[in-house]
Design a protein around this ligand. Structure first.
Ligand code: AMP
Ligand code: MN
Ligand code: MN
Ligand code: MN
Length: 313
């Protein structure tokens, strides 16, 4: 969707921008097409206001918000990257694989994501049944009221309903009490396989990024026996190319830890807020620290159109 033509002056500007850090990147966030609370247009406008120069919309398992986001990014003179965040089951764990620079019309990606989404309705029903067993009754309808795209009903919509109905004080405490793995409303689910998700992304011309690696239960004895090195080795052998080093939910110690892993496994590094909405997320759009020195940015060889050219488009 992004114009490929790029003139020499533009190239020079991009090279200069890399050196002097004129471009600011936020390569992970969510709109109402999945579990964000802002429309793609509102989200892009917010990013522009906060000085983001290059952003990717990465809705869970869904591509339908990309066209609106792109159109708005053009109006704001921002670079826009087509993205997605695919839900994956790997052994006992749920992983998220971000795809950047994907082609949203690539048939295997479109069909694969349709298949991944198709289980969400039945899962939501089971979640409501499990919550009823611990005295939280009649929440399915309330959760659906928080969706804009009912095909993408998920845990966040349940959480928002439980907060709104006064049963929990905020989204985080709903997850801690009811929805995180091991809690009463958690329903195990079979998502895409790691290799399928990476194949769909790469087949469409995109880059596969392991999202927020610090959030997985991998390496914690109570949750199974896999280690982070085993996960990264398999991610690389399936064709994965980058690690999300700077993300809203990582601590500064985790930026350093995952920058080291990226170096060890020859992975590029990505960054993104994982913003879902005002007053709900760890970080706002564009509010991210620099990546640790030594990281090879995932955008190092991207040929981004100069911002002025985008504005005129
Ligand atoms: P689902 O795809 O329905 O399993 O929902 C996953 C989404 O739930 C994630 O993308 C986050 O937006 C949200 N989520 C997961 N864990 C937490 C948590 N501990 N606190 C707040 N939100 C969470
Ligand atoms: Mn989410
Ligand atoms: Mn995620
Ligand atoms: Mn996300």
């Amino acid at each position: 969707m992004i114009p490929l033509s790029i003139n020499c002056v533009g190239r020079l500007l991009v090279i200069l921008a890399r050196g002097i850090k004129v471009l600011d990147y936020d390569l992970h966030c969510h709109s109402t097409y999945s579990d964000g609370t802002l429309t793609p247009a509102e989200l892009v406008a917010r990013a522009a206001e906060r000085g983001v120069k290059t952003m990717a919309l990465t809705d869970h398992d869904e591509l339908d918000g990309l066209a609106e986001a792109y159109a708005t990014a053009v109006q704001h003179g921002m670079n826009f990257i087509n993205g997605v965040e695919i839900s994956v089951s790997w052994h006992k764990y749920t992983l998220h694989i971000v795809g950047l620079k994907i082609d949203p019309s690539y048939p295997p990606l479109v069909a694969g994501l349709r298949q991944v989404r198709s289980g969400r309705g039945a899962r939501a029903q089971k979640m409501a049944d499990e919550l009823a067993k611990v005295g939280i009754r009649g929440v399915l309808e309330g959760a659906y009221r928080f969706t804009t795209n009912p095909n993408m009903i998920g845990r966040t919509h349940f959480a928002r309903h439980l907060v709104e109905s006064g049963q929990c004080k905020d989204v985080k405490s709903v997850f801690n009490r009811y929805l995180a793995q091991g809690k009463p409303g958690y329903v195990p689910h079979q998502w895409a396989t790691l290799s399928d998700a990476i194949d769909w992304i790469k087949g469409s011309g995109g880059i596969a990024v392991l999202a927020h690696p610090g959030r997985y239960m991998v390496g914690r004895k109570s949750m199974g026996s896999k280690t982070m090195r085993e996960l990264l080795a398999e991610f690389v052998s399936c064709g994965g190319q980058a690690l999300e080093v700077v993300t809203g939910s990582h601590t500064p110690a985790q930026y350093a830890e995952f920058a080291r892993y990226a170096g060890e496994f020859g992975l590029s590094c990505s960054c993104g807020s994982d913003f879902h909405g005002p007053n709900e997320s760890y970080r706002d759009m564009g509010r991210l620290p620099d990546m640790p020195t030594g990281c090879r940015p995932v955008w190092a060889d991207w040929e981004l159109p100069p911002l002025a050219e985008l504005k005129a488009a």
